[in-house]
Design a protein around this ligand. Sequence first.
Ligand code: NAI
Length: 387
Amino acid sequence: MKDLIKVGVLGSGTMGSGIAQVAAQAGHQVALVDINAEALEKAKNSLYKIMMRLVEKGTWSEQFANEAFGRIDFSVDMNDFAGCEMIIEAIVENIEVKHAVFSKMESIVGENCILASNTSSLSIASIGSVLKNPNRIIGVHFFNPAPLMPLVEIIPAVQTSDEVTQVTRELVDSWKKVTVLAKDTPGFIVNRVARPFYGEALRIYEEGMADFATIDWAMTELGGFRMGPFTLMDYIGNDVNYTVTETVFAAFYYDPRYKPSFTQKRHSEAGYLGRKSGRGYYNYAEGVEMPEPIKDIATGEQIKERILVMLMNEAIDALFLNIASKEDIDLAMTKGVNYPKGLLQWANEMGLGNVLAKLENLFQEYGEDRYRPSPLLRRMVKSGSTF
Ligand code: NAI
């Protein structure tokens, strides 16, 4: 692997500025390009502030911060990507705009430059289709905030060469990130496997089984998750989370398993976006008390198990369809969204027969395809094996 190559980042928003920081602190020269001079100025100021805060906290020396900051060139001109050996695109999530910038980038860089996208929901194959050399396209999916979240999903498209995949993974590994390899399918690993954490919680609420606070309590206190689903959706933003759900649902040809929720849609439509708007499932206005959960252990356990077996089924199905290896599926959920345990390992501990029985009960009770157990789970239980 080539050390300390010049890295380009297109888009200086939430993700692009974080990715530029990751590359600069790893010692790379970075060209951070944005079409919007104001956005670029904002990124420059906020990166400087973030780095100085790291100095104040004693995490970085002043020299290290100044050098890292000094390695980032802020520019509105894509021609400054000349000489880059890898560019990571993190601009607006729109396929036409991405097509235009990838064509342009290819005309600026040398023939060995890897062209990567940080897209959350678009197909890497489609983004790469506009390139003269599509072997150099790859997905490199960071999590927000990029400097803090350890996981990066690496997504080769059907066109990507093995060498590009290998070099990209080695490079991102050298940035002290945990990389996992995912197939170019909707939601990759994390945004696919995590759907029931939100969807099943919303469904439980809609059925009137429990309120937001009680479901959150069950998942944190009994499930060991760092945040309950409603607190997390309020943190992500209901508009953002709803859009991901809708996109994944459509991309899976409307598989009922990924059906979005009216509750979330209405909250989003009402402007109850979560923390950023001061109100979501909870009211964050000053002086407003948070609702108390009803701490009934039996109900709590039921809620936790229902969401958990749905998550496990999703992880098992991702393995069944070769979206990623079993190690990578578990790593993705612990390092990308802080799950207390990998879902496959957790399913082993719970007993696969037990997981299957719970899913079958749900499937029988509701008669909905949403609860269908993965064929791999059935197969494993039949043969008495574990993950
Ligand atoms: P953002 O809206 O914060 O930033 C996008 C930036 O791209 C803006 O500064 C904008 O001026 C710039 N831009 C737009 N069109 C451009 C063009 N043609 N040329 C150059 N710059 C252009 O967006 P965010 O949230 O950083 O997302 C960027 C990408 O990362 C999207 O593809 C998104 O799906 C993906 N992503 C987002 C995550 C998140 O939590 N926000 C997590 C992981 C991936």
